[in-house]
Design a protein around this ligand. Sequence first.
Ligand code: ADP
Length: 163
Amino acid sequence: MIRAVYPGSFDPMTYGHLDVIKRASSMFDELIVAVLNNKEKSALFSVEERVNILKEATKDLVNVKIDSFSGLLINYAASNDIHVAVRGLRAVTDFEYELQLAQTNRQLSHEKLDTVFLTTSLEYAYLSSSGVKEIAYFGGDVSPCVPDFVAKMIQDKYKGKGE
Ligand code: ADP
C-alpha cells in the first residue's frame, strides 16, 4: 500500500489545490492532505478552519484524509509511514523553491521521503491562495477560484475591510 502526503498552507484551499488532490488520490492508495501549522506565518484561516474546508471539499474522495502537523514534514512522514510527498507546480517561478524543498526533504530524511510533482491543470495555473484573498479583500468575485462555501467564509472575514 502506498500512502502519500500533500502538505501545504491551504489558506484557503482553492480549486487548484482540489485538482491536485483529486489527481493524486487516483495515483496512491491513500492521500493525506496535511495542513502545516506554521506559527511564523500569519494566516487568514485558523488551522481548524482550513482542515474543515478541506474535509468538506473532499468528503466524496474515499481514500483522502485530512490532517494537520507542525514542525518538519520529514518527521510527520516518518511517524505516519509515508515515503512520498506530493506538490504542485504552476509555473517556472514555483520550480526553484519547490526543487530546493524537495531536495532538502530527501537529504534530511536520508532518502526516505521523495517528492512527486503534479503540474497544474491549465485552467487553474493562475490560482493561488494569496491571489484569491487579494481579490476578495477588494470585493472581487472569487467564485471561479474556490467552492461557494469557501467564498462565503472569505467574504465574512473581510466584511467591512478593503473597499
Ligand atoms: P505553501 O505550501 O507553499 O504555503 P500552498 O498551500 O498554497 O503553498 O500550496 C501547496 C502546494 O500546492 C504547493 O506545492 C503549490 O505549488 C501547490 N499549488 C497551489 N496552487 C496550485 C494550483 N493552482 N495548481 C497546482 N498546484 C498548486
